[in-house]
Write a protein of this length. Structure first.
Length: 126
């Protein structure tokens, strides 16, 4: 009888230790992964909507962009972003807003006479 109680205590202690270790690892993973700021956008001749985006420094940003009328693109040089946007298809563009400031994004695929005006601002707050 005493032997069974001893084995049960050892087994419970082992299970409790494993549970605590698992909780600690899960907590560390949640703290390590930055929150994702998802922003839905559209682009068409000759504008992005919204034209101005605000995020916080250090955030992981996911732009969900739909080109409404034809193939477009997006380029944000300071964060090494350059992507083609297929017509009527939502495209996810991800980056980390690692530095504060105001940055211009623009269409990277020629879309007609107003192509040079297809621009917007990314404002990264510290």
């Amino acid at each position: 009888m005493t032997k069974r109680i001893g084995v049960s205590v050892v087994a419970c202690t082992f299970a409790l230790g494993a549970l605590l270790l698992w909780q600690r690892q899960a907590s560390a993973q949640n703290q390590a992964a930055p929150a994702v700021n998802e922003i839905k956008m559209t682009v068409k001749k000759y504008e992005y909507a919204p034209k101005e985006i605000h995020v916080k420094q250090g955030e992981k940003v996911r732009l969900l962009i739909t080109a409404l009328d034809r193939k477009h693109g997006i380029e944000l040089k300071e964060f090494n972003v350059k992507s083609e946007l297929e017509e009527k298809k939502e495209t996810a563009v991800e980056f980390v807003a690692s530095k504060a400031g105001t940055f211009e994004f623009k269409c990277s695929v020629f879309c007609g006479m107003g192509h040079g005006g297809v621009k917007g601002k990314l404002i990264v707050d510290p």
